[in-house]
Design a protein around this ligand. Sequence first.
Ligand code: COA
Length: 328
Amino acid sequence: MSPTRITGTGSAAPRNVVTNQDLEKIMDTNDEWITQRTGIKSRHIALPGEKFSDFAVPAARQAMALAGIDAADLDMIICGTLTPDTRMPSGGCCVQALLDADRAFAFDVCAACSGFVYGLSIADRELRFRPDQQILVVGGDVVSHHVDWRDRATAVLFGDGVGAAVLTGAGETGHRLLSVELGSNGKLGELLNIRGIGSAAPVTAKDYDPDDNYIRMQGREIFKHAIKNMVEISYRAMKNAGIEPEQITKIIPHQANLRIIEMLAKQFRVPMERVFVNIQSYGNTSAGTIPIALDEAARGGFLEPGDMVLLTVFGGGLTWGAAVIEWE
Ligand code: COA
């Protein structure tokens, strides 16, 4: 069976940067608290009018350029996002139209921060049946549109950005995706939610509360579940890839909290210099964290031929996932 390969990556984020010092001016917070508790120093925040496709399309174009394919070659577009431009058409269909990827079919995966890794899994399964396909997986969010700037407990954490990757089972070059594993627990969904907009709380309801448009999170609880589930799913991904934990040489973790990243590094006995961290300049970009980090790690030379790379992610739903890639 031909292995699934990642042949190109790309990423894009809004130009507008908001620092911790900027936040100090609009809410009761400070750089020291944010840095110590999260590792975040600044984040990219979309300006009014900026939307998901403004970043998804350039990220996709970069990934296709590296993969050496055109939009016309795409068979499928999967968008892991919570924040498509519109509910209908989907984020995937918007991206398809803007790219002129007329031969593809496109859809969204709603798995919050885990959306990109969920997309990798779907692409991997598809390629087992038809390896010759070219699949674009996009992951990212303009999550700032759901941030309540009065709520310091969440507002300091998030940023906007989108990443993308091209996957195929055709050809002999590209980084081999050895395994992808997913998990979720809907019973704990209340710990991290956006209550409004859905059919349970439609904007047309007389008693619609605009505050329901915002992300709410029980940070401490999420912290515990994030570590437990990312550790478990990562071991499962390594086992299914047929490798021992000691063989992992680099980790690209979800960028939600530097303390969580450090705990994961310790658990897998990988020194921090071999763990990719860009949380300081992005914050948590939701489904964007993994593909943006993967793209920066690839382009910046952090990933080297022979590396065994672990991706691990956790998000609302609750959802989580992990993947192992052999870098070529
Ligand atoms: N600035 C200053 N103080 C703040 C603050 C801010 N931005 N946000 C909260 N605080 C205060 C709280 O009010 C609280 O004050 P109190 O002790 O007087 O009540 C104190 O800081 C501690 O708050 P707490 O929420 O317990 O902090 P924490 O150490 O748990 O850190 C998070 C908060 C959100 C950074 C952390 O819980 C976290 O990262 N959780 C996981 C997030 C995650 O992984 N998400 C992934 C899914 S997207």
